[in-house]
Design a protein around this ligand. Structure first.
Ligand SMILES: [Zn+2]
Length: 313
């Protein structure tokens, strides 16, 4: 069994246009990094939205079938408070989370979803309870780059409830395109949450990207922290060992059971197809002799997430 621990669904109106444009600018810079010639971000934005748009999860499940991925954890994003002018014209977070819940109902054996909400919303706690109790969602996803620190006391009631439910909280950490601000997503602010809620299961998304040493270091002391290495495809394609070295250090220091395979799809699957990413991690070819045992690979790609989310094959 392979579990992708970090996936988003994008579709028309799912997220602010400014967010998609920021992603397009980053992609343009990435694609043009060798030649210095950059494609028009507006054209890229239109192209990617066309191929990524997936409201039902159909495209996602097709790519999972092709890659041999059995299950995926969906994470609704809530960036709207960053864009107060745009928020009125778009989906409410209740509607957006409902769309995610419907995807899990459509594919009950393949898709699970966390509930995604900005904890600064006045109805965040009530909606989170509804997501867990009525829609069968499996945890909470928050994205601090929208403008809050994860250890802001405003977040604490929803953490308390997640701890009571015994469900994980996944917190974005590390870089993020314009106009989101990465200062809010440094792992040290997640450390405070782990310290104040020692029974709460917390996932530091993307292993903190460039803050991976800080994330690994914090997880070493806080056993309630997991790390997912989704979104590392651009580093891997630059040099595989940019991924294998941090991953090796993470597993050496905290063990494989708190390290989770993920993609940050569907956006990142446009940069590297899911089947290639799965194959890269399975075969883990290193230029400098960094190794992983078959047992470690099995745990990080499957058993660790299965244990965390109580998934039975
Ligand atoms: Zn993500």
């Amino acid at each position: 069994m392979i579990i992708d621990s970090h996936v988003h669904l994008f579709f028309e109106g799912s997220d602010p246009e400014e967010f998609f444009m920021g992603c397009a600018r980053t992609a343009s810079a990435l694609f043009g990094r060798e030649t210095g010639e950059y494609s028009d971000p507006v054209e890229l934005y239109k192209y990617f939205l066309g191929i990524l748009s997936d409201r039902t999860g159909d495209k996602l499940v097709a790519s999972m079938n092709e890659a041999g991925v059995d299950k995926a954890i969906l994470l609704p994003l809530d960036f709207w408070l960053k864009y107060p002018k745009a928020s009125g014209a778009c989906l409410t977070m209740e509607e957006k989370n409902r769309i995610y819940a419907e995807a899990t109902e459509r594919y009950p054996n393949r898709l699970l979803s966390l509930f995604g909400i900005d904890p600064r919303r006045r109805d965040a706690l009530r909606l989170f309870e509804k997501g867990i109790e009525e829609w069968g969602m499996k945890g909470l996803k928050i994205h601090p780059t929208a403008g809050f620190y994860p250890d802001d006391p405003i977040c604490y009631p929803i953490y308390e409830r997640a701890q009571e439910y015994g469900v994980p909280v996944l917190i974005h950490s590390g870089n993020e395109p314009t106009p989101m601000a990465v200062k809010y997503s440094q792992p040290k602010y997640i450390d405070t949450v782990a310290a104040d809620f020692p029974e709460l299961k917390i996932i530091i998304a993307h292993m903190g990207h460039g803050w991976w040493r800080e994330a690994v270091d914090i997880a070493t002391m806080k056993p309630n922290i997991h790390l997912d290495f989704s979104g590392w495809q651009p580093l891997y394609t630059s040099n595989p060992d940019y991924l294998w070295y941090p991953l090796r250090m993470a597993i050496d220091l905290i063990g494989p059971w708190r390290v989770l395979f993920g993609t940050d799809g569907s956006m990142l699957n446009a940069l590297m197809p899911l089947k290639d990413w799965v194959n890269a991690v399975k075969t883990h070819k290193s230029l400098t002799g960094i190794e992983f045992s078959p047992k470690e690979i099995e745990i990080i790609m499957s058993k660790a997430a299965a244990k965390l989310y109580s998934i039975h094959p």
